[in-house]
Design a protein around this ligand. Structure first.
Ligand code: ZN
Length: 136
């Protein structure tokens, strides 16, 4: 793994959370993006080499809605940048970690992503992410 790429924070409501984090971080949200497959809308802030990703559910059944229902708002996942997501997934699987998706899937911010089940990582939802290469 290369570095912490971003930290994902589950929030109820962008109307409150985005301005609050703009004040907190003293920087502007530079991108909002919906990830249909995850039923979330994301808002990104750049802090030096790292990012903060706010996540708001787009439906009542979405994973973020369920997370907030169970645990309340707060840190949802830590994302690590990897050089080769396929190799890293194979390595972690061989080490006994539980992958939540068997193939890399499309994530926000032009990334291929894979999540590890928190039961295999001391309760922390870990995301692997790799910049999607431009085709051709
Ligand atoms: Zn993320």
């Amino acid at each position: 793994m290369l570095k912490i790429e971003h930290i994902g924070i589950a929030v109820k409501d962008f109307a409150n959370a985005v301005p609050l984090y703009e004040k907190l971080l003293n920087s502007q949200c530079y991108k909002k993006e919906t990830v249909e497959s995850e039923q979330v809308v994301t808002a990104f802030f750049r802090q030096g080499d790292n990012k903060i990703e706010l996540l708001q559910s787009t439906t009542e059944e979405g994973v973020i809605a369920k997370f907030i229902e169970k645990k309340g708002e707060g840190i949802h996942h830590i994302a690590f940048e990897v050089a080769d997501i396929h190799a890293e997934m194979a390595r972690l699987k061989a080490e006994g970690f539980v992958l939540l998706n068997e193939k890399p899937k499309d994530g926000a911010d032009n990334k291929l992503v894979c999540f590890l089940h928190p039961k295999s990582t001391n309760g922390v939802l870990v995301e692997l992410c790799m910049e999607r290469k431009v085709q051709g």
